[in-house]
Design a protein around this ligand. Structure first.
Ligand code: SAM
Length: 285
């Protein structure tokens, strides 16, 4: 448990969480209350109640999602691919332990099965119980929880899914292999012949090399590749990237969003999010 304490510190009687995944940058959040503080077989799992961002899920000292801005990321990684695929029936989510992505995917009635492969059951349990603003207390019968390594699970699948969403933590710890070419290869096989995959591809500001590598690897495997962005305040640098690989469909149909209850994504966003700043376009050339 000592490691958790490394992330939490006291200053003048106040409790602070400090993210220090970068050598020369630390980000601190003043904490009201520690709701969950447990070591799972894979990572340190904390749910903290913060003054500025409400409740937040923290894995190995890194903020994953918060009740104030978690919806931005969860809506962007779900509704963009689901507005491009015209009729998804079977969706695979790898990671997604906070259940926010599964909650968004479940908004599409035509989807009849949502497989969610999360390596750490403790994360799901903690978020359903203590982070309802993100998980929505997920209890949709179409969601099949599979507590396993996503790399292993995907390797055995062929021609099964319409959309695959990789909602992974950063490429360290258990999520490292979710950024490797072999994994993207297995996703390509696991998708149907008109399938779409999407992954979070890190910060264009702090990790342009990871973003570029994911984009290049996916472009080598898929008929079409594209990158879109959104600003997630609690992610270092704010600006975040998502990379989408498609075997067929590439254009978003904004009408598919019309009846969906969203707080961030709308018809304009799904079209404009693919417009990239010059430096990202240059990076991807
Ligand atoms: N939406 C937030 C984000 O992108 O930062 C949160 C992502 S979600 C919490 C990341 C999840 O990926 C975690 O619950 C973690 O346990 C899970 N994960 C990491 N490596 C994995 C693997 N190899 N297979 C399945 N799940 C994995």
């Amino acid at each position: 448990m000592e490691r958790n304490k490394a992330y939490l510190s006291r200053e003048n009687g106040d409790l602070w969480l400090t993210e220090d995944e970068y050598d020369n940058l630390k980000v601190s959040y003043r904490i009201k209350d520690v709701i969950v503080d447990q070591q799972s077989p894979y990572q340190d799992v904390m749910i903290l109640d913060s003054y500025h961002f409400g409740r937040m899920l923290v894995l190995d000292g890194i903020v994953q999602t918060t009740s104030v801005d978690g919806h931005i990321y969860n809506e962007m990684i779900s509704h963009v691919p689901l507005s491009i695929h015209p009729n998804p029936q079977k969706v695979l989510i790898i990671g997604g332990g906070d259940c926010g992505v599964a909650r968004e995917v479940a908004k599409y009635d035509e989807i009849n099965q949502i497989d969610m492969v999360e390596i750490d059951e403790l994360v799901v349990k903690a978020c359903i119980e203590h982070l309802p603003e993100v998980s929505g207390g997920l209890s949709d019968s179409r969601v099949q929880f599979i507590f396993d390594d996503g790399v292993k699970f995907a390797a055995g699948k062929k021609n099964e899914y319409d959309v695959i969403i990789i909602d992974s933590s950063d490429p360290i710890g258990p999520a490292q292999d979710l950024f490797e070419k072999e994994f993207y290869q297995s996703l390509h096989s696991a998708l149907k012949e008109d399938g779409i995959m999407v992954c979070q591809s890190q910060s264009p500001i702090f990790h342009p090399e990871v973003m570029k590598k994911s984009y290049t690897r996916i472009s080598e495997l898929f008929q079409a590749v594209n990158l879109y962005t959104a600003v997630v305040p609690t992610y270092p640098g704010g600006l975040w990237s998502f990379t989408i690989g498609s075997k067929k469909y590439t254009k978003a149909n904004p009408n598919r969003l019309s009846s969906k209850d969203t707080k961030y994504v709308n018809e304009q966003i799904v079209e404009s999010c693919f417009s990239l700043p010059q430096f990202i376009g240059n990076l991807l050339k």
